[in-house]
Write a protein that binds this ligand. Structure first.
Ligand SMILES: [Zn+2]
Length: 217
């Protein structure tokens, strides 16, 4: 089978979505940039299947210029549009993790960016984590909103929905999604105590410079 290693990796991380509680039951989805018959595209989890039942052949390959209608056997996740658009817009994105993780989803329901209450906000690439405006799941509009919230960022919240993170490989994207969940957990606790102190733009710039060097090293 084509891309067997990549398909198995997607299954491994889909199971981790459940086992780490990053995305319970059938929620969330995972993809990896890939090629099939010289067509540039991505491999993505199918729609509506329980992760524990996934087999390599269930993972769907989609071309970057392809839409759902041309895919015959398995249906791709209903969220394939924003996966496709992230791969088209972000050359550095090699893997994407979308999760309905509990704290990120709770924070997303406020529809606001997360300010720099903690310096680790820099992990998403800037001095805040944006929240994509709400649109119905699976729509072109939602995809547009996600791309906007990901400008100069590698992760964002999705209003009243969850979060999405990308990385240079699946391990990287998954870890970032876990970090976002952790940050949102901390943020919900901080908000219970009142308004947290926010780090200045100058301080966050220092942190961002350091993180860049750290990533290079
Ligand atoms: Zn979703």
């Amino acid at each position: 089978m084509r891309n067997l290693d990549q398909r198995n990796q997607i299954i491994e991380y889909s199971l981790k979505l459940n086992s780490t509680n990053l995305s319970p039951l059938r929620s969330g989805n995972i993809s990896l940039r890939g090629k099939e018959n010289n067509v540039e595209g991505y491999l993505i989890t199918p729609s509506g299947k329980k992760y524990e039942t996934l087999k390599p052949e269930d993972i769907v390959f989609m071309g970057l210029n392809e839409d759902e209608k041309k895919v015959s056997n398995n249906k791709p996740s209903s969220e394939w549009r924003f996966h496709r658009d992230i791969y088209s817009n972000k050359k550095e994105a090699q893997a994407i993790v979308h999760a309905h993780s509990p704290h990120a989803t709770a924070v997303s329901s406020h529809g606001k960016p997360i300010p720099s209450f903690h310096y680790m906000i820099a992990l998403a690439g800037g001095d805040d984590i944006k929240c994509a405006e709400y649109a119905t799941f699976g729509t072109e509009e939602l995809s547009k909103n996600v791309i906007k919230a990901l400008e100069n960022r590698s992760a964002c919240l999705m209003s009243n929905h969850g979060q999405v993170a990308f990385g240079k490989n699946l391990e990287d994207a998954f870890e970032l999604a876990q970090e976002i969940e952790n940050i949102c957990h901390q943020y919900t606790i901080a908000l219970k105590l009142g308004q947290p102190k926010i780090l200045s733009f100058e301080e966050m710039k220092k942190v961002l410079d350091k993180t860049k060097n750290y990533k290079k090293g």
